[in-house]
Write a new protein. Structure first.
Lengths: 110, 111
């Protein structure tokens, strides 16, 4: 079993829909990252969080440490949100240790 | 991401050839990482460095070597390329707060 599981693997939505991507992990962590990768492009950090909730524009990230679960929400989705969203956890006790999920491919149709 | 630059962006090698990927950062970060990204798999750590002159093995280090002679540069070398090393390679750096900064990626094909 992977230490970091994302769901769904693929997600197709219509413009304007509310999107939720989930990340579950099985290890002790010091922080969790949400990353965005556009097709053929580099990787951009969206959020780093260790508790609670963060918001940036139309993106919201939440984490529940007790349940070992995080969600990334996109409100009023737009075709430019189409990308792969990657969850990564930083293991507790080892700052260089990041474990990545396999990513969720989001396609937003106009 | 401005601040982390990888060269080259694309490279095609024949089996057995050698090459070096360069990662340069201008953010004065201590931590630097080399990852590979393969279809259907999450990013996997090859080697990393916690400061100038230091390197350490990651999850998949075999067939790769690294050097960090200057704080701003982290080099990834393939001494004898193999088809299994066909991948997209990403360099990343780490701010003190743990925020990650990635390069644009380097696509390597080994024939």
């Amino acid at each position: 079993k992977n230490e970091v599981e994302q769901s769904p693997q693929n997600l197709t939505a219509q413009e304007g829909e509310f999107i939720t991507i989930n990340c579950s992990y099985s290890v002790g962590i010091s922080a969790l990252h949400w990353l965005q990768q556009h097709p053929g492009g580099g990787i951009v950090s969206l959020f780093m969080l260790s508790s609670g909730k963060k918001k940036h524009g139309r993106l919201i990230a939440t984490i529940n440490i007790q349940e070992k679960h995080s969600s990334l929400h996109i409100t009023a989705s737009h075709p430019r949100d189409s990308a792969v969203y990657i969850c990564a956890v930083r293991l507790r006790g080892g700052s260089e240790k990041l474990v990545f999920g396999k990513g969720t491919k989001l396609t937003v149709n106009p | 991401n401005a601040g982390v630059t990888q060269t080259p962006k694309f490279r095609v090698l024949k089996t057995g050839q050698s090459m070096t990927l360069l990662c340069a950062q201008d953010m004065n970060h201590e931590y630097m990482y080399w990852y590979r990204q393969d279809p259907g798999m999450g990013l996997r750590l090859i080697h990393y460095s916690v400061g100038e002159g230091t390197t350490a093995k990651g999850e998949v280090p075999d067939g790769y070597n690294v050097s960090r002679l200057k704080k701003q540069n982290f080099l990834l070398g393939l001494e004898s390329a193999a088809p299994s090393q066909t991948s997209v390679y990403f360099c990343a750096t780490d701010k003190n707060t743990g925020e990650l900064f990635f390069g644009e990626g380097s696509r390597l094909t080994v024939l």
